[in-house]
Design a protein around this ligand. Structure first.
Ligand code: AMP
Length: 633
């Protein structure tokens, strides 16, 4: 059964709104079980005939990673369930899937980082130790080790709180289930409360904020669950989370720091993004020193100036963000920041977008843009050449071996193997998230070497087989993401046909508006881009998608109505995806409607579908249909 995420309440007002919503939905006062939201990594443990058979991470909620060998090394995970727990309605043979959180205590996390630092100092002078950013990352990283002995040496612990099929235990609600889990031999967090009214829930949340720092492990909120399983069933699930639970998130921790500089990072399409650099501060468990300021308007709105004392926090407890500045601490000489008039990477003039807030370097030769474009080409959704990380690409460009994406296909094993691995020249211009990612890379040897080079070579060659839709996405045309690329290729299955397409023909594709159509035409009218496409053709890339790859017409005769907001698709895109399989999309529900796809905040159409007894699908089921073209059973 799927492992869901949780919806968040970012403050007490949002919590109140959820309490009210659930109460009204079931038309009765409710009892809740409140638990701490453990900031670790989720785990699902499968027991068969009482024995631990398998442990999996959450992954995408359907498929996780098998970490059984590693989980077995965690002392508080029972390898065998206590027999008294099995005496209830569970038959011996039944499979039980227990869910919870693996975490690393704060003190163990600090010890681990100190150890990594000491070991790295011993090994190589001056090399950067690869420290874990916070206990959550340390727990997840330790759990996913290839060698269980390493996991065994890390001090991991668990709190379990759920069952895939909880009613099998005989428990009527969450509170009783926690009791069953304890009896079965699991660690259950002791800081829990059974609340019979909403005020008690609020009090529990407020108390949790106050005790948060005294706990030996990290928590990032409180999970409030409607206690009764039958009412949980009645409330059901949205596309991504149960309606019967909510994660009340603590207000983000805020710290102050001194803004030292605002630098500019140049993106793939030439957009200049201001990035704040400030003195390192520890916020919400990790040290940060950079945060994106998004664009000039944002810099003005927040009115931050170099030298200011700025307030820093993490949005969603992950991405660093500048909240604003403290006016009384502003130095007298602090000047307003200006967008550079020349690109910091190549010196070309910078233009303001006519229809937006972005400033752009329009030069196709800009090295920073080139690196981003090359990186996009090899990325997962495009050619998926995972060996070509930013360091290698940087060095290929530096060595003059690669200028555009077609050059990857002329590289020889020898050229790759003698490549030096050095510092990133353009790292300063990269986004904070990307820099963080690179910081996590393995320490690379001086030269790439024969073995890695031939693997890289093979990966590059294999990427020639990627379908045309990925090539199109990989070209990095502005506004052409993966979904749009798929939609376009379905109508224009080859580069030649696409090059001939007029603006009207392009906008007639569902999901493609005039803005996208114009950027595509602009791209395809630029001689350098046409030359590049020609070079890719010569190199043997797929510039046409076989007609047989067009979707099978499995949904002919079916009418779908979409209502509410889907998380991943706009209404147009979702309809277009269904139409690929021959389905019809309609705007209103009637007896002829085959299915209603209901997203977030679905309204009257959903109610009507219920009245008429029309099958209702959530986004998850919709995803499955458009991936396979098959209807649910
Ligand atoms: P999120 O990943 O922010 O959507 O939050 C959902 C995750 O919170 C779940 O996948 C669990 O791993 C985690 N979690 C931590 N503590 C609890 C708890 N007491 N009850 C439910 N989920 C929890």
């Amino acid at each position: 059964m799927r492992m869901y995420s949780l919806d968040n309440a970012m403050d007490l007002d949002e919590l109140d709104a959820w309490l009210k919503r659930t109460r009204q939905a079931v038309e009765q006062p409710l009892a809740y079980t409140c638990e701490l939201k453990i900031d670790g990594t989720s785990i699902a443990l499968t027991y068969e005939e009482g024995l631990l058979m398998r442990a999996a991470t959450r992954g995408d909620g359907i498929t996780g990673e098998d970490v059984t060998a590693n989980i077995r090394t965690i002392r508080d995970v029972p390898l065998r369930l206590r027999p008294q727990a099995l005496q209830s309605d569970i038959t011996d043979r039944e499979r039980i899937e227990v869910r919870g959180e693996v975490y690393m205590p704060k003190s163990s996390f600090e010890r681990l980082n100190a150890l990594i630092e000491a070991e790295s100092a011993e090994k190589a002078e001056g090399s950067q130790p690869r420290l874990f950013a916070n206990p959550r990352n340390a727990a997840a990283g330790s759990l996913r080790q290839k060698d269980p002995l390493i996991t065994a040496g890390r001090d991991l612990a668990t709190f379990m709180y759920a069952l895939a099929n909880p009613s099998a235990t005989g428990a009527q609600g969450q509170w009783q289930l926690l009791d069953w889990l304890r009896q079965a031999g699991f660690h259950v967090n002791p800081n829990i409360a059974y609340c019979t009214n909403e005020q008690e829930v609020r009090t529990f949340c407020e108390q949790a904020i106050n005790t948060r720092n005294d706990l030996p492990y990290d928590i990032d909120g409180v999970v409030v669950k409607v206690d009764s399983f039958s009412l949980q069933r009645q409330l059901g699930y949205t596309a991504k989370a149960p309606r019967w639970a909510i994660a009340y998130k603590f207000p983000p921790e805020e710290k102050t720091s001194i803004l030292r500089d605002i630098v500019v990072q140049v993106g793939r399409t030439g957009v200049l993004t201001p990035v704040a650099e400030f003195d390192p501060v520890l916020v919400a468990g990790s040290t940060v020193s950079r945060a994106t300021l998004h664009n000039l308007d944002e810099v003005r709105r927040k009115d931050v100036r170099v030298g200011d004392t700025v307030v820093v926090r993490k949005a969603g407890d992950v991405i660093p963000e500048i909240v604003g500045h403290i006016e009384t601490l502003r130095p007298v000489d602090a000047r307003e920041w200006q967008m550079p008039v020349e690109c910091p990477s190549c010196g070309s003039p910078v233009f303001k977008d006519v229809d937006g807030v972005a400033y752009r370097c329009a030069s196709a030769e800009c090295p920073a843009q080139r690196l981003e474009r090359l990186g996009h080409w090899v990325s997962r959704g495009a050619m998926d050449i995972d060996g070509l990380g930013p360091r290698i690409i940087d060095n290929l460009v530096e060595a003059g071996l690669v200028r555009d994406v077609a050059d990857f296909y002329n590289l020889t094993v020898e050229q790759l193997s003698t490549l030096e691995t050095g510092q990133l020249k353009y790292a300063r211009q990269m986004s904070p998230q990307k820099r963080e990612k690179i910081g996590d890379f393995e320490q690379v040897p001086e030269l790439v070497g024969e073995l890695v080079a031939s693997k890289l070579f093979d990966q590059i060659q294999a990427s020639k087989e990627q379908p045309f839709s990925r090539v199109l996405f990989g070209l990095g045309i502005r506004n052409v993401g993966k979904t749009v690329a798929d939609l376009i290729v379905n109508h224009f299955p080859s580069a030649d046909e696409l090059c001939q397409a007029s603006e009207e023909q392009l906008t007639s594709v569902e999901g493609v508006g005039p803005v996208i159509a114009r950027t595509i035409i602009e791209f395809l009218q630029t001689p350098d881009n046409l030359k590049l496409i020609e070079e890719l053709r010569q190199a043997g890339l797929q510039l046409r998608q076989d007609v047989s790859e067009r979707k099978p017409q499995t949904l002919v005769g079916k009418t779908f109505v979409l209502t509410g907001t889907l998380e991943k698709y706009s209404r147009d895109q979702a309809e277009a995806l269904l139409k690929q399989y021959g389905a019809r999309a309609s705007g209103s529900v009637s007896a002829k409607t085959s299915y209603v796809v209901a997203g977030e905040s679905a309204g009257s159409k959903l109610a009507k579908a219920r009245d008429l007894g029309i099958p209702i699908l959530d986004e998850f089921q919709f995803d499955k249909i458009i991936a396979s073209g098959e209807l649910p059973d």
